[in-house]
Design a protein around this ligand. Structure first.
Ligand code: ADP
Ligand code: MG
Length: 189
């Protein structure tokens, strides 16, 4: 099911010329979906607008088209739903929603800080998916900043330990595609 995805731009619509530091081969390797079979993870890091969500969605859609189950969520939405579920005694049931799919996309780690309970929920999720299913995360924060995002260095280390054990880390340090036309306006005489 493709519902719930933010947009349906395909992987092959990604303009690599706009992001010269990103090797096209890296994304094409990931698009073979070997990471799904290996139950390993992908981390897409970089500032806003560089295409992290587009690539995460593109890889998830490719997995879906190959017959794998996928689920897309932002971290914010995930913790909000788990919190609500906890107050109504449905925490484990809601957690299953995030454990079942072969590929789980957790978008936008780092935009909003988590409190300790929420960081704990993320830890439970990551440790229970560890070596059982693929996780694709996107973040505007480097891993060293995760301690302050999660409000707890020990939990952040435990989460990163499992997340990064089998993980392709793609760092995109380039211009924002959203501001592309603004730059053109500024630079054109
Ligand atoms: P991020 O998640 O890194 O903030 P997005 O993936 O949401 O960025 O990208 C912002 C917008 O720009 C989206 O509409 C996306 O499809 C588009 N976009 C970003 N990078 C590229 C690119 N290299 N080629 C084509 N479209 C892009
Ligand atoms: Mg995004």
């Amino acid at each position: 099911k493709l519902s719930g995805l933010p947009h349906h731009k395909r992987l092959d619509e990604f303009d690599y010329a706009f992001q010269p530091d990103l090797e096209p081969r890296k994304i094409r390797d990931l698009a073979t979906l070997e990471f799904v079979r290996a139950k390993s993870n992908i981390a897409l890091l970089g500032p806003p607008g560089v295409g992290k969500t587009m690539l995460a969605v593109g890889l998830a859609v490719a997995a879906c088209q190959a017959g794998f189950s996928i689920y897309f969520t932002t971290l914010d939405d995930l913790v909000r739903r788990l919190r609500t579920a906890e107050t109504t005694g449905r925490f484990n049931r809601q957690l299953q929603t995030y454990l079942r799919p072969s590929v789980l996309v957790v978008d936008e780690v780092g935009y909003l800080p988590l409190d300790r309970d929420e960081a704990n929920m993320l830890f439970q999720l990551v440790s229970r998916r560890y070596e059982r299913g693929s996780l694709i995360i996107t973040s505007n924060k480097s891993f060293v900043e995760w301690g302050s995002v999660l409000g707890d260095e020990v939990l952040a280390t435990a989460i990163l330990d499992r997340l990064l054990h089998h993980c392709d880390v793609i760092t995109i340090n380039g211009p924002s595609y959203r501001l592309k036309d603004h730059h053109a306006l500024v630079n054109d005489p």
